[in-house]
Design a protein around this ligand. Structure first.
Ligand code: SF4
Length: 169
């Protein structure tokens, strides 16, 4: 199901997520310019990920070194997020996991958990989502084959982005 070009691009869930947040961020991340580790927000997210659901067994399930699912429980895959600010990106990321698993003959549904907000959202892989994911994968291919990063366009969340100084400093 996965075309060769997508395989060779090694599209991870993070790349799908970044495609929907900022194409420049996606390009920078892909080129190994990774400043996210220093971001307090990302650290918070990681801590949340580690300490939410301590009794759940199957945490951090990695498949083909491409997708890393936070939790797998029965017919559900769960992704833990810090906030709803990038909900569309989160939905597409977990949708990509469901799509990838479907390609392996495994049908699951997704849940995005926001432990801090005590909320969760169910994600079902629909035909519309599959079309949107395929478009995104083509878009990622276009972005990642660009010789230089897409131009920085200021967005409301740029100030909280780890690349802010790099883009606008
Ligand atoms: S600072 Fe803004 S433009 Fe630059 S990578 Fe981050 S989100 Fe994209």
């Amino acid at each position: 199901m996965m075309e060769t070009s997508f395989d060779s691009l090694r599209i991870t869930g993070v790349k799908i997520n970044y495609f929907f947040i900022c194409k420049r961020k996606l390009w920078l991340f892909d080129r190994g310019i990774q400043m996210e580790q220093e971001s307090e927000r990302v650290l918070l997210g990681k801590l949340l990920d580690e300490y939410s659901y301590p009794r759940k067994k199957r945490r951090r399930v990695t498949i083909d070194d491409l997708i890393a699912i936070d939790l797998v429980e029965g017919d559900t895959v769960r992704e833990v997020k810090y906030s709803k600010v990038f909900e569309k990106a989160s939905i597409m990321q977990i949708g990509y996991y469901l799509f990838y698993l479907k390609g392996l003959g495994i049908n699951k549904k997704g849940i995005i958990s926001y432990p801090r907000l005590r909320k969760s959202k169910e994600v079902v892989l629909t035909d519309e989502m599959i079309s949107e994911l395929k478009e995104a994968m083509k878009g990622i291919e276009e972005v990642l084959t660009m010789p230089s990063p897409p131009v920085a366009e200021k967005k409301p969340y740029c100030r909280k982005c780890a690349y802010f100084e790099f883009c606008f400093g």
